[in-house]
Design a protein. Structure first.
Lengths: 236, 300
């Protein structure tokens, strides 16, 4: 699958929009993959606050998949605490499950640059200045997934969380199935609307992956999460 | 913040401690330069010492240097028969590893390799010969001017500045010189500050600087400086000619006007702390309206 050849109009549109707003970034096609490379300006009120040398590799299934981001200038240390993968140097600008809030699927690529990417590098600059992460940060791996769903579902019960994720990962959900909140009620009589909304927002693939990681981590995902759990789930 | 507190912050932001990157690099180069000199003059009992702003305590981040003094003993011709020979032989020896820029009595070292081509190492090598066995006074070769020999005394120079009581004013005046591109030699500027502030040592730093500039603005035509190591033999009038005096007077007038109209920051700019605070403030404002996305890391 090569999205740029399948949809050349989208390719030209994305390219034009990004290059107009970020004149120092260039679209390059190599081995049927689209890369965006150059100097990314962190802007505010028309002022360049900082610059980072970047490379974004757009996935073959763009705009469905997430771009792979790399800071190529070597300025950000390759460390977990800076959210740079020590193995391959990729930057982790966001948790895929949260994408719908930040850069919903189908949104223009420019929105990714002005949204999560801008925030990621702005945060890196602030951390470099000795400031805390301005938007907070997710813990790494399964811990971060646990934190996200704990906030989203307002439960720290791992069984409830995995129940929800199983429903988000399922091809279909039926109203007569038991509600994932473990109330004993049928789904249609309990959290059906919430499940429907979550299924609209979180992709099955992301839910499936997060479910697998939470199951693999098990209780350690909770134990290792230092923040105080929020209040138990209440029926919506 | 008072004017003196501000000036103190300016100086602090310009300070270069022994553990600073700049000084570490300087020390690394110093060892390499000393090795080049010693390897090339194996038969010569050289006296190698360090001077420059680091030794004088007048180092600023924006303008610093290290003088490496390389003197041969009186009567020793192994490094060259004449002062010019000693100077030229040092130049040739150093040219094997550096790009050497002749500068009056000294040799400025710059990078000549592809990775550091043209990089200024802030190091001047000063070749010379002691006048006698006491190893105090020395003769230097002067590459420019009519007089080819200059008598000097390193310790007297260092002591004159180090014990002047106006080190902070010297550092600020050096910063002022750099920021205004004034073509006055460091040593001449130091002597001018010391002379003009002779009776002002107990004044506040801001008062000293205002006095220094007022004197330059109003009386620069009458200003003369003397080399403490050789007041009669080393004529510094050429280093402080009428053209330079008028440039100094104009820059001093401008500085005083800036202080009156916009305060000290107009002269020396924001301090590092002020710049950092302003930067953090704008970053915070930017983050307040940015998409609140939290970074993650897939790997455990």
């Amino acid at each position: 699958m090569t999205w740029q050849r399948d949809d050349p109009v989208l390719y030209e549109k994305e390219k034009a929009e990004v290059e107009v707003h970020f004149p120092e970034l260039r679209f390059v096609v190599e081995n049927d993959l689209v890369y965006v490379r150059g100097s990314f300006a962190v802007m505010f009120e028309g002022q360049v606050l900082d610059r980072y040398s970047v490379e974004l590799q757009l996935p073959r299934n763009h705009p469905t998949g997430l771009p792979v981001v790399r800071e190529t200038g070597g300025r950000i240390p390759r460390r977990d605490d800076r959210h740079i993968n020590t193995v391959d140097g990729t930057a982790c600008a966001l948790l895929p499950d949260e994408r719908w809030r930040l850069w919903p699927p189908g949104s223009p690529l420019l929105k990714f640059f002005n949204g999560p990417l801008h925030s990621f590098f702005l945060a890196q600059t602030m951390v470099e200045e000795g400031e805390p992460w301005p938007f907070g940060q997710w813990a790494h791996g399964a811990k971060g997934i646990f934190q996200f769903y704990r906030e989203l579902l307002k439960t720290s019960d791992l069984r409830v969380m995995t129940n929800y994720l199983a429903y988000l990962a399922a091809k279909k959900v039926k109203g007569h199935w038991p509600c994932p909140c473990r109330s004993g009620n049928k789904l249609r009589e309990c959290h059906f609307d919430q499940i429907k909304e979550l299924r609209d927002n979180i992709s099955r693939k992301d839910a499936e992956r997060s479910l697998a990681r939470l199951k693999a981590a098990g209780a350690s995902a909770i134990e290792m999460t230092e923040a105080k759990p929020p209040a138990p789930i209440t029926q919506s | 913040m008072t004017a003196d507190e501000y000036l103190r912050e300016v100086l602090d932001s310009q300070a270069l401690g022994d553990d600073s990157d700049e000084v570490k690099v300087l020390q690394k180069h110093r060892a390499a330069v000393e090795k080049v000199i010693c390897d090339n003059f194996k038969d010569t009992a050289l006296t190698i010492r360090y001077a420059g702003s680091k030794a004088k305590g007048t180092m600023n981040k924006e303008s610093y240097d290290l003088d490496i003094i390389s003197y041969v003993c009186a009567g020793d011709n192994t490094a060259g028969e004449t002062l010019e020979d000693i100077y030229t032989n040092h130049k040739q020896a150093l040219a094997m590893k550096y790009y050497v820029e002749p500068k009056g009595s000294s040799l400025r070292l710059k990078g000549c390799n592809p990775e550091d081509l043209g990089v200024d190492f802030h190091i001047d090598v000063v070749p010379g010969r002691f006048t006698d066995e006491t190893k105090t006074d020395a003769y230097l070769y002067q590459s420019g001017g009519d007089k080819k020999r200059l008598k000097t005394n390193l310790d007297l120079h260092l002591d004159h500045v180090r014990h002047s009581g106006v080190i902070d004013a010297i550092r600020l005046s050096k910063l002022w010189r750099v920021r205004n591109g004034l073509p006055v030699r460091t040593f001449v500027l130091e002597l001018a500050v010391i002379k003009l502030l002779t009776d002002k040592k107990k004044k506040s730093l801001s008062a000293q600087m205002k006095h220094f500039w007022t004197e330059l603005r109003d009386n620069s035509a009458n200003l003369t400086v003397e080399d403490p190591a050789n007041p009669n033999g080393n004529d510094l009038t050429k280093c402080l000619d009428d053209n330079l005096k008028s440039q100094l007077a104009a820059a001093a007038k401008h500085a005083l006007e800036q202080i009156d109209s916009a305060g000290w920051e107009a002269v020396f700019g924001k301090t590092a702390q002020q710049e950092k605070a302003a930067r953090v403030e704008i970053l915070r404002r930017a983050s307040a309206v940015a998409t609140p996305s939290r970074p993650w890391l897939p790997r455990v």
